[in-house]
Design a protein around this ligand. Structure first.
Ligand code: ADE
Ligand code: ZN
Length: 337
């Protein structure tokens, strides 16, 4: 079997996917119709044609606008189930999924509606296909600390159903330090925390995420290699980076895949995982990311095995479950045939 086929068919975990970023134009139009919402785009094709981003903000503007079609528990359930159905085709067996309550609650959609809907979709995928999921609540960093604290209050009645906390949205100008106190409270609740850092922002934001937020993973972190001391620290402490290659190219972090920092990250000994970020907007799900990376860099089977092992190793499941999946990765990637 060639390396690409073996990589695509390997069991894997996805650790960086925003559920709102899995909203395909077809589903967006169907939900707009179901909810009697006038959608500002003429057709599925017209909406897809608008996916021409110059940077993170140009994407976020459209992403938040499209999320307006999500109104009911059923909508969130349909969204989650559609993502998991698609992820399964890429042999994702476990997904740790971001959701952004602050994209919904100001529109009058309750926290409970969002959470119950997402859980309902995940429960169907668990029952039908044995898929494993975790939900990570992300705070929007362009909003205030006060708003994040208020969102955390909304989450408290459901805290046992939330597996971790994250930080996303417009990075530059909103450093991790802005949320130091919020994250201290999240950690005091016994939850692991992660943060987007070093996507568009400088390596110093990654340092802040480690030192002030005490994150156990860095989301993106592709600019880490600009700082040798930071690279050494991340490698030494085995902090996983959830890299999203197609996202980075579509948001112009790198001009083309061949210029992505992945090879430098590998050379720096970083713990890399490959993920899809907002697959409906960036040209594909995990399988498409793997294909694009392989077309650019032709990594060997050992490298892919390491990426997939990292995806389980850095996940929030218990050690026994990790061991089972790691053994499956090894069996798959090391098989002779
Ligand atoms: N929200 C959804 N996708 C994101 C990304 N790539 N960076 C920051 N916030 C996001
Ligand atoms: Zn992201």
């Amino acid at each position: 079997m060639d390396v690409l086929k073996r990589a695509l068919s390997c069991p894997k975990a996805e650790l960086h996917v925003h559920i709102e970023g899995t909203l395909e134009p077809e589903l967006a139009f169907a939900l707009a119709q179901r909810n009697n919402i006038a959608f500002p785009h003429a057709s599925v094709e017209a909406l897809r044609a608008a996916y021409d981003f110059s940077d993170l903000q140009s994407f976020l503007d459209l992403y938040y606008a499209c999320a307006d079609v999500l109104r009911t528990e059923q909508d969130f359930s349909d969204l989650m189930l559609a993502y998991l159905r698609r992820a399964r085709e890429d042999n994702v067996v476990h997904a740790e999924i971001f959701f952004d309550p602050q994209t919904h609650t100001p529109r009058g959609v309750s926290f409970e509606t969002v959470l119950k809907g997402l859980e309902a979709g995940a429960a169907i995928a668990a029952a039908e296909w044995g898929m494993s999921t975790r939900l990570i609540l992300c705070f929007l960093r362009h909003l205030s600390e006060e708003d994040a604290f208020a969102t955390l209050e909304l989450a408290l009645p459901f805290i046992d159903r939330i597996h971790g906390f994250g930080l996303d949205s417009s990075e530059v100008g909103h450093p991790p330090s802005k949320f130091e106190r919020v994250f201290a409270k999240c950690r005091a609740l016994g939850k692991p925390v992660v943060a987007h850092a070093g996507e568009e922002g400088p390596p110093a934001y990654i340092v802040e995420a480690l030192d002030l937020l005490k994150v156990s993973r860095i989301d993106h972190g592709v600019r880490a290699v600009e700082d040798a001391a930071l690279t050494h620290r991340l490698a030494h402490d085995r902090i996983a980076l959830t890299v999203c290659p197609l996202s980075n190219v579509r948001l112009c972090v790198f001009e083309k895949m061949e210029l992505h920092s992945l090879p430098s990250m590998l050379a720096g000994g970083l713990c890399i995982t490959i993920n899809s970020d907002d697959p409906a907007y960036f040209g594909g799900y995990l399988g498409a990311n793997i294909r694009a990376v392989q077309a650019a860099f032709a990594f060997d089977a050992t490298t892919w095995r390491e990426f997939f092992r990292n995806s389980f190793d850095a996940s929030f499941v218990d050690e026994a479950q990790k061991e089972k999946w790691l053994a499956q990765v090894d069996a798959h990637m090391l098989a002779l045939a």
